[in-house]
Design a protein around this ligand. Structure first.
Ligand code: ADP
Ligand code: MG
Length: 251
């Protein structure tokens, strides 16, 4: 589903990704852990081309992200509508919920299908209601973001991403802006998605959750993948000293 090969990215003189390679198969749940500033968010943003990469490759669903090959073999950047279409197949949920404040929960979830996918309002409403029910918010359809708790807003954000029928979901610390008592409701929605076979890459500091939901855990530090393994392996017998050091600081 996703293949990143030797991805490099700098901001000015700061090299943030120093050759990151990661393959994620359909239906797989990969959790990325690592210290703040290690490049986790940047890496996620490179996967859906919110950031362009300096070198390497990102292939999503068989296509290079951000580029297309013409009949004559030339490689061209993908822009505008085509880029929108690519992004519509990759759902992203951020630490901050980024809901449209002037729209109800229902309106937020309907927006993408109507404006990007060209669905009728009827159809989009039907889908949005279904998705709000799925994340446990059937009764909040008419509420505005300001009337919802952080956990509820984040669940609307997840429903909104799902409304685009993505093939891949990216989560960037989806619970780190939440009060502790609201973390569980968001994690359980993500766990449900995992059990339904959604392909996901999740950056999180919730180690218990990582252990439970991940097929594979990736430890990143200073712009590199240091170690990859099953949750069991990483959390009980980490091989690399930096992984051990990080885990002992967060567990
Ligand atoms: P993480 O998500 O692991 O905390 P990030 O990917 O957010 O790490 O950031 C990695 C490094 O890149 C940090 O030093 C951060 O300050 C820097 N960085 C991230 N985005 C930008 C940007 N748009 N411009 C300049 N520096 C950035
Ligand atoms: Mg981050």
């Amino acid at each position: 589903m996703v293949k990143a090969e030797n991805v490099r990215k700098s901001f000015g003189k700061l090299q943030v990704l120093k050759g990151v390679s990661l393959e994620v198969k359909q239906g797989e749940v990969v959790v990325i852990i690592g210290p703040s500033g290690s490049g986790k968010s940047t890496f996620l943003r490179c996967i859906n081309h919110l950031e362009s990469i300096d070198s390497g490759n990102v292939i999503f669903d068989g296509q290079p992200v951000g580029f297309k090959q013409l009949a004559n073999g030339k490689v061209m950047p993908v822009k505008g509508k085509e880029l929108c279409q690519l992004r519509s197949r990759i759902g992203m949920v951020f630490q901050r919920f980024n809901l449209f404040p002037h729209m109800t929960a229902l309106g937020n979830v309907m927006e993408g299908p109507v404006t990007v996918l060209g669905k009728s309002k009827e159809e989009a409403r039907h889908l949005a209601e279904e998705l709000l029910a799925k994340v446990g918010l059937a009764d909040k359809a008419e509420s505005f973001p300001s009337q919802l708790s952080g956990g509820q807003q984040q669940r609307v954000a997840i429903a909104r991403a799902l409304a685009m029928k993505p093939k891949l979901m990216l989560f960037d610390e989806p619970t780190s802006a939440l009060d502790p008592e609201l973390v569980g409701e968001v994690l359980s929605v993500i766990k449900n998605l995992a059990s339904e076979g959604m392909t996901m890459i999740i950056v999180t500091h919730e180690m218990g959750f990582a252990r439970e939901v991940a097929d594979r855990v990736v430890f990143m530090d200073e712009g590199k993948i240091i170690e990859t393994g099953t949750p069991e392996q990483i959390f009980t017998t980490p091989r690399h000293p930096r992984t051990r050091e990080f885990l002992s600081s967060v567990l």
